[in-house]
Design a protein around this ligand. Structure first.
Ligand code: MCA
Ligand code: AMP
Length: 496
């Protein structure tokens, strides 16, 4: 019987370490065995989960990957949900994806139990599966659906991005080839596992290659710097905000600590930045400190990684590079013509085996984002001396803060629930640490004043922490055009 390629590969990696923490290590064989046991439990009496959606609320690390593999091996579709989301954000993802099961671990089980009860969903606690059941698992065609990731966009609610096993494999193989992953690699994983940066670029590529992943429950500067000093890694991948925070930490460290940390970074074979624009100044400062030229790359939930600076070749600050293996990129000018020369801007459009299948249950949105078989990214770029430079986004309603993609419309809808906010407009303003800071202009009613601290406090528990505005301006009215529509460029001008 043929198995999914990642299973076949894991068998070959056998007794190599897949996950290592300060407490314990797990091998690829353990990953296979444990995921087989969980798959059997998930199947219960069924032969195949037949692409049923199973939400995943599991801590990063061995537990997460065993549960993910178990869902795949049982024939289900994984819907990873954000560990720190609010209950209403979970409810949206669970109902929109029509999930029938939630797979959770540790304290996450209790956190989501009442919601599962409300929605009549089966809640499986991976920790309580002890049986050593051995049973045959279904044969899974690689063209079957494998994962749904929720991504914010130009609609007020996030959309589910559906990928198949074959698409995931194409996304991983492209990166493994371009960045020369091997079984000798060791990488820290401190990014959230409901987005592709952590799922595909780090964990997916590492497990495909037989490498070691060192998981952290969150980004904690001191623990990660401690391990860098000990030469624990060969590879490092992060969003620009993390490099900014690392520079601040290194600059604040004592001379001795600083020397040891920098010596650790110097030994890595590759450091990658992505998910948001890496300012050239950060690239240059990092190179000055560590001698490492950060490799910047560009991607999107819908397409995986598309463009990258070269592993062996030029890494130019401020640009994202050239198309990755098996990815085709073109620029489409505003007048609809395909750009054929350098220095002329256009929208990035992408084609290739790593492009997603569809937005879950949204045929119109899916059709709208393809043009002649090319995916329209909504990002503008220009080709300069063979490398693409990202110039910005077509939509002002998409904000990137700390690598998270946020919908201004979704945040506005949340803020309008505040009893005193009559109208609001949310924009992203440039910010040294976060890339963009979520910023709100609000028309407030009633006599009680509202300041940013009060607003942030009110938002806590109502929306994920990274969506909460960092700046607030109370205005008498929002700027509108002749049609009565709020103009975001005029809102932006209010802050200058
Ligand atoms: C945390 N906070 C944030 C953010 N993250 N505020 C705005 N934007 C954020 N992204 C809040 C915290 O809730 C806290 O609020 C305060 O900021 C300070 O928290 P701190 O502990 O300093 O931050 P942190 O918890 O360390 O988080 C920073 C982070 C995190 C590690 C950079 O944001 C993160 O993991 N970002 C990566 C997201 C990611 O993986 N994106 C990739 C998407 P308070 O003080 O009120 O409690 S995939 C993608 O984009 C494509 C495919 C691609 O190309 O990769
Ligand atoms: P997401 O939907 O979270 O996958 O975010 C994808 C978006 O992140 C892209 O459409 C870009 O706007 C942005 N992005 C990713 N990498 C980069 C980069 N290196 N430079 C600028 N923007 C980036």
């Amino acid at each position: 019987m043929s198995e999914l390629p990642f299973i076949e590969r894991a068998k070959a990696h056998g007794d190599r370490i897949a996950f290592r923490t300060s407490e314990q290590s797990h091998t690829y064989r353990q990953l296979l065995d444990r995921s087989g046991v969980i798959a059997a439990e998930l199947l219960a009496d069924a032969d195949d989960l037949q692409e049923a959606r199973l939400a995943l609320l599991v801590t990063p690390g061995f537990e997460y990957s065993t549960a993910q593999w178990a869902i795949w091996r049982a024939g289900g579709v994984v819907v990873p949900i954000c560990l720190s989301a609010t209950e209403s954000e979970w409810e949206y993802a669970l109902t929109d994806s029509q999930a029938s099961v939630v797979v959770a671990d540790g304290s996450n089980v209790a956190k989501i139990a009442s919601l599962c009860e409300k929605l009549a969903l089966r809640l499986v606690s991976v920790d309580s599966i002890n049986a050593e059941v051995s049973r045959s698992l279904p044969e899974i065609n690689p063209n079957r659906q494998a994962m749904i990731l929720y991504t914010s966009g130009t609609t007020s609610k996030p959309k589910g991005v559906v990928t198949t096993h074959a698409i995931i494999q194409a996304q991983i193989e492209s990166l493994v080839q371009a960045w020369e992953w091997s079984a000798d690699d060791r990488i820290p994983m401190f990014l959230p596992l409901h987005h592709i940066h952590g799922i595909i670029n780090i964990t997916g590529c590492a497990l495909w290659s037989g490498a070691v992943v060192e998981p952290f429950s969150r980004f904690d500067t001191n623990s990660i710097l401690g391990r860098v000093r000990e030469d624990a890694y060969t590879l490092f991948m992060a969003v620009p905000t993390i490099y900014v925070k690392l520079i601040q930490a290194i600059e604040a460290a004592s001379e001795a600590d600083r020397t040891a940390i920098l010596a650790g970074f110097r030994k890595l074979r590759l450091m990658v930045s992505g998910s948001a624009a890496l300012p050239a100044s950060v690239h240059e400062r990092w190179a000055e400190l560590t001698g490492q030229e950060l490799l910047e790359r560009y991607g999107m939930t819908e397409i995986g990684m598309a463009i990258s600076n070269l592993y062996r070749g030029e890494r130019r600050p401020g640009v994202v590079g050239a198309p990755l293996p098996r990815v085709e990129v073109r620029l489409k000018a505003e007048n609809g013509a395909v750009v054929t020369v350098e220095d002329e801007p256009g929208e990035i459009q992408v084609r290739g085996p790593g492009v997603f299948q569809a937005y879950w249950n949204r045929p119109e949105a899916t059709a709208d984002c393809f043009e002649e078989g090319w995916f329209r990214t909504g990002d503008m770029a220009v080709l300069e001396r063979g490398y693409y430079r990202i110039m910005g986004r077509l939509s002002v309603d998409i904000i990137k803060s700390g690598g998270y993609k946020l919908s201004a419309l979704e945040i506005e809808a949340g803020l309008l629930e505040h009893p005193q906010i009559a109208e609001c407009a949310v924009i992203g303003l440039p910010d040294e640490t976060w890339g963009e800071a979520v910023t709100a202009a609000c028309v407030v009613t009633g006599d009680a004043p509202i300041d940013i601290a009060m607003l942030r406090d009110w938002c806590k528990g109502r929306m994920s922490a990274y969506k909460i505005p960092q700046r607030l301006l109370v205005v008498n009215e929002l700027p509108r055009n002749a049609m009565g529509k709020v103009t975001k460029s005029a809102v932006r001008a209010l802050f200058q």
